[in-house]
Design a protein around this ligand. Structure first.
Ligand SMILES: [Zn+2]
Length: 278
């Protein structure tokens, strides 16, 4: 009987895996692929995960033809893959209406932050209008971006004949995915611990992580070069929604993308940790 055979196979598989156990090797950098060796996982500390969620994808799929949805998925994932690559994400995975990248090593927190804000800006300014035009539909593509940081372990899982896939265990990917759903359309949401990192960095040299250029979109603001200006905090704090099972008490969200005039300067300052000259 088929069910008996299945039960026997499942039990044999679990016996096998239980015998192998979980062996963990430490590593500093996020690998492009996880180990496929039996029982071996890699542990990487201080990984920053950036998760981008295509907002309203269920409604999109039920409203437009599969071909139009295909254009949306293609533009969204291709654009965000390029952005993740340009900010040197160590690992990238596409999940249809979502995509995430992992950053590790020195400066990963800053690369991830600049990447998240760039994703939000590019979707609004480049991807969404292009999709509307090319697909001839009245639909605004929008993204929610979540960011968290912590330790991850990874390995490949899969049987012969099924696709081997990286499996990431640990908080950051999961929490970043949840944060991307907390983020309103075209907003970035980061965990309490992530924002604590921004605040420490902002006290040193990284004002651009938290503070605005002060021009309010008027393009006449001070930017980073001024000693003082009418700058304001770009992030607001809210209580973490109870239902999501987040392991921190507050979420920090950011509405604005890059300023048209000062954005390039601010992005550069976040990546290099240097104030621009002048
Ligand atoms: Zn500005």
């Amino acid at each position: 009987m088929i069910l008996d055979e299945i039960t026997t196979s499942v039990v044999a598989q679990l016996d096998d895996q239980a015998k192998l156990g979980v062996q963990v090797e430490n590593q500093n950098e996020v690998p492009e692929t996880g180990p496929a060796n039996r029982g071996l996982w890699l542990r990487i500390p201080n990984v920053t995960a950036v998760f981008a969620d295509l907002k309203g994808s269920t409604a999109l799929s039920s409203t437009v033809s599969p071909e139009v949805a295909a254009v949306a998925y293609t533009y969204f994932n291709r654009a965000l893959s390029v952005i993740l690559e340009r900010f040197s994400a160590g690992y990238v995975e596409i999940q249809g209406d979502g995509i995430f990248g992992l950053f590790s090593g020195k400066g990963s927190m800053f690369h991830a932050a600049a990447c998240a804000i760039t994703m939000r800006s590019q979707v609004e300014e480049i991807v969404a209008p292009r999709f509307k035009r090319d697909a001839s539909v009245q639909w605004d593509l929008k993204v929610g971006v979540g960011v968290d940081r912590g330790t991850l372990i990874v390995r490949q899982l899969g049987l012969r004949g099924t696709k081997l896939n990286e499996v990431w265990a640990g908080k950051p990917v999961n929490m970043a995915a949840k944060l991307s759903s907390v983020a309103a359309p075209n907003q970035v949401a980061v965990s309490e611990r992530m924002f604590a990192g921004y605040e420490v960095a902002a006290k040193m040299r990284q004002r651009a992580l938290i503070w605005s250029c002060g021009c309010n979109g008027n393009n006449r603001g001070a930017g980073l070069s001024a000693a003082s200006g009418q700058t304001s905090k770009l992030w607001t704090e809210q209580a973490a929604p109870k239902s999501l099972g987040l392991d921190f008490g507050s979420v920090h969200t950011r509405k604005s993308g890059w300023c048209q005039r000062h954005g390039a300067e601010f992005c550069e300052a976040i990546l290099t940790g240097r104030r621009p000259a002048g």
